[in-house]
Design a protein around this ligand. Structure first.
Ligand code: DC
Length: 233
């Protein structure tokens, strides 16, 4: 039997579009590795918060750059969920990465060129052998510009705020819909307008607006697209 080529699939888009749910479902369908690049930026932000290098959305760029060699981000499989978890200097921090303080400060830390250089290098290393689905903001434009399949996700702001709010409630975290909406809008603004690697659709990315789609509908859409790309259709 012909062995299927293992490709790189990138999923970029705005905050709380359902990127990770969709990317995880794709990875499970294909038997690929799923990597959440946002978790890496969140992990660096958590480190900076603990050190007092970022607060109120303002980053101390000088100290953050100096501390970068001290920050080790690794991944470990969680056999219960089947997904990789992010470790910060060996510590399991999945839960802390979703804290409000991290969400409020991550865009400021993500604008620093040296932070991006470090994380992009790590992302490329992880994806080097293919068979990966990675989601983020610049995965199709900067990290893997030659990826075989690029998806750009959008959804209406109201739908996104509601999804994020429900996700926080589900995790038992404190949630306030107005604060969630404000954070989403603010992150979209910073992520799309920053000088380095701003969030934008790659010219060769396929757009998916999932405002009114279930995960099953998104998967049907994806399977058709994948067949076309792999010339199986
Ligand atoms: O996907 P997320 O919401 O967990 O990402 C958190 C933040 O990290 C996002 O607001 C911007 C930053 N980020 C980035 O700059 N580049 C990426 N590839 C992924 C995330």
């Amino acid at each position: 039997m012909k062995k299927r080529k293992k490709i790189i699939i990138t999923v970029d888009g705005y905050s709380s579009c359902g990127k990770s749910t969709f990317a995880k479902a794709i990875a499970a369908d294909l038997g690929y590795l799923y990597i959440d690049s946002g978790a890496m930026y969140r992990a660096v932000t958590l480190f900076c918060l603990r050190k007092g290098f970022v607060a109120g959305g303002v980053a101390d760029t000088h100290n953050i750059i100096s501390a970068l060699p001290e920050i080790k981000i690794t991944f470990r499989i969680n056999y219960d969920t089947g997904y990789y978890e992010t470790l910060l200097n060996g510590e399991k921090v999945e839960r802390e990465l979703r804290d409000r303080a991290v969400s409020d400060n991550v865009s400021a830390v993500s604008t620093i060129a040296e932070v991006r250089q470090k994380l992009v290098a790590l992302q490329r290393e992880i994806g080097a052998r293919g068979g990966i689905v990675m989601d983020g903001r610049d995965i199709g434009t900067v990290v893997f510009p030659h990826a075989e399949l690029k998806i750009f996700m959008t959804a209406s702001p109201a739908v996104r705020a509601k999804r994020r709010y429900l996700e926080l409630l589900e995790k038992g975290l404190p949630a306030d819909i107005a604060a969630v909406e404000k954070n989403i809008n603010e992150r979209d603004r910073i992520d799309s307008s920053r000088e380095i690697s701003p969030l934008r659709k790659a010219d060769d990315a396929v757009e998916l607006d999932n405002s009114t789609m279930t995960v099953d509908q998104q998967m049907d859409w994806f399977r058709k697209l994948y067949k076309q790309i792999m010339h199986e259709g």
